[in-house]
Design a protein around this ligand. Structure first.
Ligand code: C2E
Ligand code: CA
Ligand code: CA
Ligand code: CA
Length: 279
């Protein structure tokens, strides 16, 4: 039994080493990718549930790898966060999104606002507020055309860097969305004091609609709370007309999901928005 234990340990340890090596390699390759500008943004429309107007687009990063093709963010954002590469990556994302949005404004593309994801690791390093300021200044994008999305768990942390970040965004006139709402540990009383414009209902509660009664109860409660606080309530991951109808019934104001459009490359967005605007 002892020998078996020893073997098990050795196999495990080899696997761990292999994983660590993979991570080191991925980190090095990601650093190059940022330098070589291999990161691209795709944009997903956000739709008003009452009238179908476009209220915004969310910028979602992908890695255009020369051999492996398009790599989704879940595969490299965690590595970027652990290695500190998120600082440079996040800066590029902000620059790209702001410049692209400025271009759309100049061409008369009515996209509402562009929403950019800001991760906890970016806020912890407190370099991101100055990056937002510079990206706005360099692109000439009006601040109200930019929305910063931060997750509920980081937004609600009163001790860390989040309050200073939120205040900086408010002073700049940048909009704020609380991402993945319903999954963290909210202090609902504190929500009242935060300068958010939008609550994003997490896909977790949207996916089981309309059948699941408990999920419907949670989704409805979030919509009611958000509306009563005067916030835009946006449901993410809406895939079916039944989900959209249910959420509209709950007072949800807007939605984003495959029902309307998948995230599309920047070149494709104007055509996608025109199609969505047609009755
Ligand atoms: P998120 O912010 O919750 O983004 C929404 C994710 O849901 C996106 O995945 C989007 O493609 C996907 N999605 C949208 N509609 C639907 C739908 O109807 N059904 C389903 N099943 N999925 C839908 P994506 O693009 O793979 O992004 C994953 C996560 O990576 C994002 O989750 C966000 O947390 C992170 N991320 C993306 N871009 C950035 C970025 O520029 N910076 C940082 N820090 N994080 C990013
Ligand atoms: Ca998001
Ligand atoms: Ca989300
Ligand atoms: Ca989510």
């Amino acid at each position: 039994a002892k020998a078996a234990g020893g073997d098990t340990w050795r196999v495990y340890s080899q696997e761990q080493t292999a994983l660590a090596t993979d991570r080191v390699r991925l980190t090095a390759r990601l650093r190059e990718a940022i330098e070589r500008d291999e990161l691209v943004l795709h944009y997903q429309p956000q739709i008003g549930l009452d009238d179908g107007r476009i209220i915004g687009v969310e910028a979602l990063v992908r890695w255009q790898h020369p051999e492996s093709g398009l790599i989704p963010p879940d595969r490299f954002i965690p590595v970027a966060e652990d290695s500190g590469l998120i600082v440079g990556l996040g800066e590029r994302v902000l620059q790209k999104a702001c410049h692209q949005a400025r271009e759309w404004l100049d061409c008369g593309v009515d996209f509402g606002h562009v929403a950019v994801n800001i991760s906890a690791a970016q806020i912890r390093r407190s370099t991101v507020a100055p990056q937002v300021k510079v990206a706005l200044a360099e692109s000439g994008l009006p601040p109200h055309c930019l929305q910063a999305e931060i997750t509920e768990s980081i937004a609600m942390d009163r001790r860390g860097e989040a309050p200073a970040f939120l205040q900086a965004m408010q002073e700049l006139g940048v909009r704020l969305a609380m991402d993945d709402f319903g999954t963290g540990y909210s202090s609902l009383g504190y929500l009242r004091d935060l300068p958010f414009d939008t609550l994003k209902v997490d896909r977790l509660f949207v996916r089981p609609l309309p059948e699941s009664a408990p999920d419907a109860a949670i989704a409805e409660a979030i919509c009611t709370l958000g509306c009563r606080l005067g916030l835009e309530v946006l449901a993410e991951g809406v895939e079916t007309p039944a989900q959209a109808d249910t959420l509209r019934g709950f007072g949800c104001t807007s939605a984003q999901g495959f029902l309307y459009s998948r995230p599309v490359p920047a070149e494709q967005l104007p055509a996608t928005l025109s199609e969505l605007a047609e009755p």
